[in-house]
Design a protein around this ligand. Structure first.
Ligand code: KG4
Ligand code: ZN
Length: 355
């Protein structure tokens, strides 16, 4: 327990709401870790034909889903709303229209139930996700959150005392996976598709660049890697338009697998090297992974090896808590409540935070 924290009574129940991007989530979590229910409505099918998330479609879909998702989460948890201690909601960062839907729903519940409203940072919530349905995280820890929107390295002294050590200068890791999957015509979302294709490929087949490895930088940059894959597959700019190159159609299935594996190796290498640097710089003995890319099989393996080498303990989220969910929101909300960090009904949504 850190300074300023109050002891919350056993059985403290928090309702969490998530709507930052393209998943509508509601969860009920007791004492910050025991997940009674976690309902997620995914919009993947709505966005798939556009090859990425369309903000307007996302906010409308949240609006259509949110009441059903909340109702299901409360029913599945089997709780009496009178026993809810607070409502936690991810109010930053994310797509502004999407954020507003979850925030308004959370405000309504907090107002009707007359309980505190807690604004939660979505990326910090990812860094807490391995504690769900599991043991508490031992702090201090270094956390790497790699998702569709973020690649961030943190020094966490507690669930709520979090310092940003580094972030991406351009594309997020998950975004790079999605774009490379589009180049290779593997479908959307790209992460799982590249992960699958890479299993049959040779990670040393193509030497793709690893950016920002010089010096001690803890920041990331993946747009150069993405462009290198684009040129490798499609030839020089304009080649497809001029009819001198057929792009991925010129590659065999094995070539595609090799490019996927080589891209994944370059990206995972970079993540692993920065995580090692951060662990050494902070002396933290716990490594934490979070975000959609934490589901990547090569990254999980690389980080397991790293933890063993450093003699550090590794905390990986369960698969269902890698991608966006509201259990992590409610979980972190518990610690914010304990630290007295609550908000009122004037809480605003913030689209961009340097994370
Ligand atoms: O955390 P998340 O659900 O959403 C954001 O907060 O952005 O992450 C979604 C991202 C997508 O870019 C998706 O392609 C990626 O996580 N992802 C993966 C894998 N599963 C999901 N990336 C690599 N390998 C995977 N197995
Ligand atoms: Zn996320």
């Amino acid at each position: 327990m850190t300074a300023g924290q109050a002891d919350l009574p056993e059985g403290t129940t928090i309702v969490g709401i998530e709507s930052t991007c393209d998943e509508t989530g509601c969860a009920v979590v007791v004492d910050g870790r025991r997940v009674l229910s976690s309902v997620v409505a995914s919009q993947i099918e709505l966005h798939a034909r556009f090859g990425g998330v369309v903000p307007e479609i996302a906010s409308r879909a949240h609006l259509e889903a949110i009441n059903t998702v909340i109702g299901r989460a409360l029913r599945e948890a089997g709780i009496d709303p009178a026993g809810v201690a607070a409502v936690a909601v991810c109010n930053r960062p994310g797509l502004i229209g999407s954020l507003l839907v979850g925030l308004m729903a959370a405000k309504t519940l907090a107002w009707v139930w007359e309980v505190p409203l807690i604004g939660v940072d979505h990326v910090h919530a990812h860094a807490y996700s391995p504690a769900l349905d599991d043991e508490p995280i031992a702090y201090p820890a270094v956390a790497l959150v790699a998702s569709g929107g973020h690649t961030s390295l943190y020094h966490c002294r507690s669930p709520v005392d979090i310092e940003l050590l580094g972030a991406t200068a351009d594309d997020a890791a998950g975004e790079a996976f999605d774009k490379v999957a589009a180049i290779l015509k593997l479908g959307f979302p790209g992460g799982p598709a590249v992960d699958r294709a890479a299993r049959k490929g040779n990670p040393d087949a193509v030497k793709f660049p690893r950016a920002l490895l010089k010096g001690q930088s803890l920041d990331f940059s993946f747009s150069g890697l993405k462009t290198a894959v684009l040129y490798h597959v499609n030839g020089v700019p304009g080649a497809i338009r001029q009819g001198v190159h057929k792009g991925v159609a010129e590659l065999s299935a094995q070539d595609v697998a090799d490019v996927a594996a080589s891209f994944q190796a370059a990206l995972v290498d970079t993540l692993q090297i920065k995580l090692r640097r951060a662990a050494k710089a902070t002396g933290a003995k716990t490594l934490v992974l979070g975000g959609g890319v934490a589901a990547n099989s090569a990254l999980r393996k690389a980080v397991e090896k790293l933890a063993a080498k450093l003699g550090a303990s590794l905390r990986l989220p369960a698969m269902e808590y890698c991608v966006d969910n509201a259990a992590m929101t409610a979980g972190l909300g518990y610690h914010l409540l304990a630290a007295g960090k609550t908000d009122n009904l004037e809480l605003a949504a913030t689209a961009t935070v340097r994370r």
